[in-house]
Ligand binder design. Structure first.
Ligand code: ZN
Length: 146
């Protein structure tokens, strides 16, 4: 059973090599993401963000999400997200600058969100970040689309 699962895992990894349509990020209790840069393919019909919080702290103290914006919009969206509050996952509602975002999770939890690949353009300047108040200074990275 375990061998079969491993085989499936390798097969999936092989397919992802040609076209990468997922953004897999881990966040921790040290207010850090495990990646500073993620690359996705411009040809993806859909792109899925998978966020795992590997820490133990509760969402109210050390919540993490992943928000994707154009690099120039990151700071303004982070500020607007803070005003939107925890109930809104610290993401401003109906804000066109937000290309995609996950929900907010605490330690030990995971979340995913899927969005249309057509929202990203090859060679564009994008960032992913956590919009929990104060986190984006440390929890951010470059999203490369190629
Ligand atoms: Zn965070």
């Amino acid at each position: 059973m375990r061998a079969a699962l491993l085989f499936l895992g390798f097969a999936a990894a092989g397919m992802a090599h040609a076209e990468n349509c997922s953004i897999d990020i881990k966040g921790d209790d040290a207010m850090k993401f495990d990646k500073a840069e993620v690359t996705v393919s411009a040809s993806c019909k859909k792109i899925t963000i998978n966020l795992a919080h590997t820490g133990k702290m509760p969402v109210a103290a050390m919540g993490h999400n992943v928000v994707i914006t154009a690099a120039d919009d990151m700071q303004a969206v982070a500020t607007a997200g803070m005003s939107a509050g925890a109930a809104a996952n610290y993401v401003p509602a109906d804000d066109k600058r937000v290309i995609a975002h996950t929900s907010l999770v605490g330690g030990g939890a995971s979340t995913s969100a899927t969005f249309a690949g057509s929202l990203l353009k090859a060679g564009g300047n994008y960032e992913f970040f956590c919009s929990f108040p104060g986190h984006y200074a440390l929890m951010k990275g470059k999203l490369v689309v190629q």
